[in-house]
Design a protein around this ligand. Sequence first.
Ligand code: NI
Length: 160
Amino acid sequence: MAIRNIRVDDDPILRKKSRPITEFNDRLFELLDDMKDTMYNSGGVGLAGVQVGALRRVVVMDVSEDRNDYIELINPEITEVQGEQTGTEGCLSLPGLCGTVTRPNVVKVKAQNREGKWCLYKGEGLKARCFCHEIDHLDGILYKDKLDEGEVLYRTDSEQ
Ligand code: NI
C-alpha cells in the first residue's frame, strides 16, 4: 500500500470521464488500497480514482468522525434521490477552498464490491452529499461547477 499524489486545481485529468472496471484483479485491489491510504492520510471523507490519476470508476469513502465506516464503490450509480440539503463542500483536489452546494438529502447507490458483487448503499446528510460529489468526479464534474446561484468559492482560512 502506498500514498499516491493527489491531482489538484486545473489538472486536466480532473475533467475527464472515468472508465468502468471490468476486471477485478490485483491491480484494482492495489489501486483501492492506495486510495484508502491516501484518503485517510489526507483527512478527506472521500476520494475518486481520477484524483490519484486513475481514470477508473472507483471511489473510497469514510464520512464518519471516528473513521470506521470505510466503503469502496466500484462502478457506482445513483439509483434514487430524495429531498434537498444545502451546505458547504470542499475537495482534496481544490485545496484551501470551499463553497455552498445544494444536493439531495438522501441518496441510494448501487455499486460493485471487490468480488464484483452488486451492493446497495443508502446515505443521508453528509454521506448523501459525498456519494454525489464522488460520483460526479467519475464524470469530470467538480463541486465548483454546481455552486448555488450567486455563490462563490471561499478560502477555508478566510473570515466569513
Ligand atoms: Ni472531491
